[in-house]
Design a protein around this ligand. Sequence first.
Ligand code: GSH
Length: 121
Amino acid sequence: MILILKILREGSGRILIFLDWLIKPSITQRSPENQLFVDKKTELLKLYEFYACPFCIKTRRAIKRLNLNLETRNAKQGDYRKELELNGGKVQVPCLRIDNAGEVSWLYESNDIINYLEKHF
Ligand SMILES: N[C@@H](CCC(=O)N[C@@H](CS)C(=O)NCC(=O)O)C(=O)O
C-alpha cells in the first residue's frame, strides 16, 4: 500500500514537472543592481527538496516566478538528508534553511516557504 502511494506520488510529480516545463510562470524582472542585491540575500537561503515532490515543484515554481537564484539541495539521500534530519528536526521537504546573520532556522511547509519568499522578495 505504501509502495503504491509512493509510486503514485512519484508519478504525479513527474506529470507536474512536465506541466511546469510546459506552462512557464511569468518572471519578476529587476534592474541588474536590484537583482545583484537579491542574489546576495538569497545566498543565505538553501532549499532542501526532492526532485519529483509535488510540494517542492510548487515551491520551485514560486522561486522561478520570483526570479531568485536559490541553491537547491537534494535531500532524497546522502549528506543533505542527514543534515536536514539532524538540524531541521525531520526529513520533510521542501524545507528552507535560513541563515540570518549566523543564526540558522529551518522553515517547513511549502505554503509557509512561499509566503516567506513573497514577503522578503
Ligand atoms: N504539507 C507539506 C507536505 C510535504 C510532504 O509531504 N513532503 C513529502 C514529499 S512529497 C516528504 O517530505 N516526505 C518525507 C519522505 O518521503 O521521507 C508541504 O506542503 O510542504
